[in-house]
Write a protein that binds this ligand. Sequence first.
Ligand SMILES: [Zn+2]
Length: 654
Amino acid sequence: MTATQPAAPTGTSAKPKLAFRPLPVPQVDVHGFWGDRVDAVAAKTAGILYDRCVEAHMLEQIDPDVPSPGVVIPFHVSDGFTARTVTTQMFWDSDWGKTIETAAYSLYRRRNPDLEKKIDAVIDMYGKLQQEDGYLSSWYQRIQPGLRWTNLRDCHELYCAGHLIEGAVAYFQATGKRKLLDIMSRYADHIADTFGPEPGKRKGYCGHEEIELALVRLARATGNDKYMKLAKYFIDQRGQQPHYFDEEALARGADPKDFHFKTYEYNQSHKPVREQDKVVGHAVRAMYLYSGMADIATEYGDDTLKIALERLWDDLTTKSLYVTGGLGPSADNEGFTNDYDLPNETAYAETCASVGLVFWASRMLGMGPNARYADMMERALYNGSISGLSLDGSLFFYENPLESRGGHHRWKWHRCPCCPPNIGRMVASIGSYFYGLADDALAVHLYGDSSARFEIAGQQVSLVQTSNYPWDGAVSIAVETETPVAFTLHLRIPAWCRKAALRVNGKLVDLEAATVGGYAAIRREWQKGDKVELDLEMSMARLFANPQVRQDIGRVALARGPLIYCVEETDNGGGLHRIALSRTARIEAHREPNLLGGVVTLSAIGSRAETENWGADLYRSKPPVTQETKLKAVPYFAWDNRDPGEMLVWLREG
Ligand SMILES: [Zn+2]
């Protein structure tokens, strides 16, 4: 291994500089829209994740007291990796990590001694499995011993460690049990002894980012600065020359060019991260990298990273993001292709990628309230991420297309089950995305029926939101404090909202004067009984894509508030491509409490090209006859929860 020079450090200490910290999960109780989803995860998904991991033989891989299951999922080139090198079974530790994390957050919502006992047993197995030197990988200890740290490019070794670390932090915080936290701290110590700038250490980093943001969480939970420095090292070292993945391939006797994905853009190591200006490669990897970069930018006050992140954010949101907050159109690299390439029917738009966008956006908000990030976080939350989970919490999407001919349905489990526990942990921890707390300010990023408790300026304050959001835009916020306390309340005014009104104790606030970066700021001495009323018009909108998006030209998508809508066959009959909506058609909203758990649907009069009287012709000079038709649209996240059938987001205009 040749020593390589990491980027010059731009910060000298890891003294936390997080300006706006998310509130911990148990300090925010969500009801209403998110309450229903958290209940589904706590009551169903969390247990289902454990059961399906067991059914997939994942327990046998981590339990040193039973014979190794061997290779259960064959090495296969069709997984998109070099033949005989990679199987998704290598990532099973990550599935356990996310399953533990989902279970941890779910325990705040609902006691579940049975599930807790099962998770404790999983943790005991990891405790027994851990090697003397702290190393811990069920794959490399049980299935391919002797090969540790030989293929960071393809084999997700540090990625698995990262997810187990995140699970360990969450489980410790939820239960007070520190066994897994201690196990993973020992493993992180071992990783810190193995990787780093010092002579004799490996100069590598993981092909699938995740360890970076996980080490930041571990550093924050334990107060151990070593983990923060290691996270920063992995960020700084990525893409430096000589390239670690080249050297690593040569060291194991392989040709560096024998890489299935051909370019290091695939894992965002094509150049040092501060020089990157386009979102490229595997979408989930990109989102996790940028999340880790945002953490380090915040912790070290590193503007060089911040500038790169702002550039990457612009690139993603102006050229490569689906209207649903989905991203990564291609199945080939599970990621990005070219600017404005956003096919609808073949959209890969992995659930994990939208979840990753939520992670990234929420971390950008650590630097201060900015609706540029929060609006997009909301878009991904309400659309492209939770579409990945059925309303009852039992079935999952991997891909989230914007158009289906009727063949795309949620499944029970997957050979690569990364998405189910990812959406599970995100939903179960949704409360932590609602607020950002600074020394003398609280930012409200998300609205919804909920109550939050926090300490500010030495005072305990509770904040209760009463709202039927996102179905209705009226949000009433009650501030409760025993002693008057001065702080600034930042309230997001979403860009989709055309008309907003804000009152404090009945008095109208001049929104234009009060709003900076999409947030209205109210500074005052808050007293018991203070009431803030925010009225956000739930504007209905026709959305059009940039004409460079070839798949969407001449088409329109319907939105109401943060929700993107779609039409389904079950409401509209088949042949959705034959429906057209004129630009002048009136769109109406209807509250339907008994549909899909209670939603607002949209309706309009459109037209449908008829196939009758067309005969056997494939082509003819006379256009088809059109008939008036009433179309009904439902929120995109709720599609495929009824009779299977076609689905369409971008309607034809006409
Ligand atoms: Zn996934």
